[in-house]
Design a protein. Structure first.
Length: 403
């Protein structure tokens, strides 16, 4: 695609990233076949090809409007188009740059800016989110259905192992997850302990920065990335062999730290080092010698593979393979590649589209009447947890129960 980028990013590293992505696109339209929002609306501008044209116009200095921003905001950033694209277009990198260009030319009205700021402040702070969640749980019976669906149940985390192993790794504590689902991290630590690996959390590491970065505050997202890098580097230099991230959305974003900090010479090399050490738990446990010590109470399960796990981390099928090895019986899930509609704050900002995707995903996951649904991302868990059929849990809990 012929491209002549103008304006502030012309000649910059970001301009180069955008230009390479645009030039790689041959506008074949294969991406639309696997785009969740295009499947819902049938509108060319709600598919990757149409959005690429919108971003190209903005980056080339052509007029854009609030309509352009509307269609870009409807993108889930699920990256299914990248898995489908025969030309290798790095859509998500172009999207991060193009969306900012469009937003600069077509600013949001102040109520929309205020909503995004509130979401960022609430989710980035474990303390604030924890207080809000506690209040929500106390008043849950009185809440309207739309808010009740956003309040997950409280689950006791259980004991954190005290094993001392020669092999040790870092574990991302997280922000929303540490308040809403601390049992995810505790279960991960117990499973890794049985695999002969000690997990520790760096006290100063917190939110990965994805919510800030994707909700109109890229500098705040970069600041979070720098804070985490500074928190992890001493442990890495002391011998930590990996950074385990059990929320696939966070793992995918941290692996993008080199791109997020590409213009920061003081951090870009550190970002590459950190990104190279990020591991989803399945990457470590696939090669472990874990064996089941007991049979699952009910082996029929469905595995929900978040978009960030499939299209970001490229780990499709790994979880089901491990769980089958441990005695579970994963059932087939139709349209596994399509997004559930969570996508960070997407379900809050685009409730209609997210609701339709959620309904379709839960129908597919529950089609075989599984005893439980196992996912790999905190956002997907919170989005799907009130489905009303099989309970939704993190897959590491399934491992924790049988090893």
């Amino acid at each position: 695609m012929r491209t002549v980028i103008t304006g502030p990013i012309a000649g910059t590293a970001a301009g180069g990233v955008a230009e390479r992505a645009l030039r790689a696109c041959v506008h074949c339209g294969m991406c639309n076949a696997t785009c969740p929002t295009y499947q819902l609306t049938g509108d060319e501008l709600d598919g990757p090809r149409g959005r690429i044209y919108l971003m190209k116009q903005a980056l080339e200095g052509q007029p854009v409007s609030a309509l352009s921003l509307k269609h870009l905001d409807r993108c889930l950033s699920c990256r299914s188009c990248e898995t489908t694209c025969p030309s290798g277009v790095q859509y998500h990198r172009l999207y991060d740059i193009g969306r900012e260009a469009v937003r600069a030319l077509a600013p949001r009205p102040w109520p929309a800016r205020l909503v995004r700021q509130a979401i960022r402040r609430l989710t980035a702070s474990t303390t604030l989110f924890g207080v809000a969640l506690a209040l929500g749980r106390l008043t849950r019976p009185l809440l309207p259905a739309v808010l009740k669906a956003k309040v997950p149940p409280s689950v006791a985390p259980g004991a954190w192992p005290k094993g001392d192993h020669a092999r040790h790794m870092l574990l991302l504590k997280g922000c929303v997850q540490s308040a809403a689902a601390p049992h995810f991290n505790a279960a991960t630590a117990r499973v890794f302990d049985k695999a002969g690996i000690a997990l520790t959390q760096a006290p100063r590491a917190g939110c990965c920065g994805a919510v800030d970065f994707h909700l109109d505050a890229p500098e705040a997202g970069r600041a979070a990335a720098r804070r985490n890098i500074d928190a992890w580097m001493p442990a890495i230099e002391a011998g930590a062999s990996a950074i385990v991230v059990n929320s696939s959305g966070c793992a995918a974003f941290i692996r993008d730290y080199p791109d997020v900090l590409r213009d920061d010479p003081a951090y870009v090399d550190k970002a590459r080092a950190v990104a190279g050490l990020v591991r989803d738990p399945i990457e470590v446990l696939t090669n472990s010698d874990l064996t089941a010590r007991r049979a699952p109470a009910d082996p029929r399960i469905a595995v929900h593979e978040p978009c960030t796990l499939q299209h970001g981390l490229k780990l499709t099928g790994r979880i089901a393979t491990l769980l089958a090895r441990l005695g579970y019986a994963p059932q087939p899930v139709a349209d596994n590649h399509l997004c559930c509609g969570s996508a960070g704050a997407y379900s809050l900002l685009q409730p209609t589209m997210a609701g339709k995707l959620k309904t379709a995903k839960l129908k597919a996951l529950n089609a075989s009447s599984p005893a439980a649904i196992f996912t790999a991302n905190i956002g997907c868990w919170m989005h799907l947890a009130d489905g009303g059929a099989a309970p939704v849990r993190h897959w590491i809990e399934a491992v924790d129960e049988v090893v």
